[in-house]
Ligand binder design. Structure first.
Ligand code: KG4
Ligand code: ZN
Length: 339
């Protein structure tokens, strides 16, 4: 095949991900996570993450090559997350990518983490129409992005002004004693709860509020206060109802604003990515609202929504396919890299 064969490395947070793709076809998606090492701290500890990446890097690259059944010499390029993310964590991936690319004589492609969260959908549903509208919701980001060209032009329409959506899930899970990461735990609890039990606030949905920005910090505080109130009264906290009502407030705002962004910009499809895209209620409400608005919804399977190497390889392959210039050997790891 003449589609580009690319290896991608992702180390922006706590997952050491190495993926290999040929064009839009996923060949390997090896991952090593340090999530268990962070659990007792209730969040990702940067120093612990960097060290774990360093230990996992070479074995994970070897595993991906073995899984894909390809020789490193056959690669058309090596892609790596250059940012945004944790500085020390990014540096491990960028250094590894440079070493492999230089040793193998292959071009190096530094890519943006958010753009690759969008591009990964090509591995599931084929070529993304352009411009693409994307809602990216993870532990570090909550953004609406309009991408006229996924390799060169990704424009932020709006983002969170305080907590990311996943961060709100994690914090509320902690309040409810559900552990870290909180998203999956809340998702599970919410299945047995009533989403209409408690009316929690919907941030930035007033008439004068920014249309595409998000705010979840007020919601998180409202949930914490409500739970504290029950505890003070000595009443058992209805965990499932709180989880379902909180989750409903988050996904209501996310889907409402995403559909609005599509309509305002004349885009007839919506891509949802990032760890929170694994949320079952977000998926079902987005499906419902997109169908009502005549919008085609594209959400990759949960394993591709959370951080992984395949998404980096997918964007790298797109860059090779479109003849984009390779990065230079002084490619920096940029913790606040803009899209
Ligand atoms: O994209 P990701 O793996 O890493 C970041 O770049 O942040 O996202 C992780 C975030 C965590 O906050 C986690 O709680 C959340 O995604 N998450 C979920 C679900 N699965 C993971 N949030 C809600 N519902 C889920 N099912
Ligand atoms: Zn991410």
């Amino acid at each position: 095949a003449d589609e580009p064969l690319v290896l991608g490395i992702e180390t922006s947070c706590d997952e050491t991900g190495v993926g290999i793709v040929r064009g839009h076809t996923l060949l390997a998606d090896a991952i090593a996570s340090s999530v268990d090492e962070h659990a007792r701290f209730g969040g990702v500890v940067p120093e612990v993450a960097s060290r774990a990446h360093l230990e996992a890097m070479v074995p994970t690259i070897q595993r991906a090559l073995k899984d894909a059944g390809v020789a490193a010499s056959d690669l058309d390029g090596i892609a790596v997350t250059a940012g945004p993310g944790l500085a020390g964590a990014l540096l491990v991936g960028v250094s590894a990518a440079k070493a492999y690319a230089y040793a193998l004589g292959k071009p190096l492609y530094g890519v943006n983490h958010l753009a690759s969260h969008i591009c990964v959908d090509q591995l599931e549903h084929g070529a993304l129409p352009e411009p693409t509208m994307a809602l990216l919701v993870s532990g570090g980001h909550s953004s609406l992005l309009l991408a006229p060209d996924i390799t060169t032009d990704v424009r932020p329409l709006g983002s969170t002004i305080d907590d990311a959506a996943g961060e709100a899930f994690d914090k509320v899970a902690r309040v409810l004693g559900l552990g870290f990461p909180g998203g999956p735990a809340i998702d599970r609890q919410a299945r047995d709860g009533d989403p209409g039990a408690i009316r929690f606030p919907r941030g930035l949905t007033g008439g004068r509020d920014p249309i595409y920005d998000f705010s979840f910090s007020g919601l998180k505080t409202a949930v914490a206060r409500w739970v504290e109130g029950k505890r003070r009264e000595g009443v058992a906290v209805p965990v499932a109802d709180v989880a379902a009502s909180f989750q409903e407030a988050v996904v209501d705002v996310l889907t409402r604003k995403a559909v609005r962004a599509c309509k305002d910009n004349g885009v007839d499809h919506l891509m949802i990515g990032g760890g929170v895209a694994a949320n079952s209620r977000l998926r079902s409400l987005a499906q419902e609202r997109c169908a009502d608005a005549g919008i085609v919804l594209r959400v990759p399977r949960p394993g591709l929504c959370t951080d992984n190497g395949a998404m980096v390889a997918a964007l790298g392959a797109e860059m090779v396919a479109r003849g984009r210039p390779a990065s230079t050997w002084d490619l920096p790891a940029d913790s606040s890299l803009p899209v």
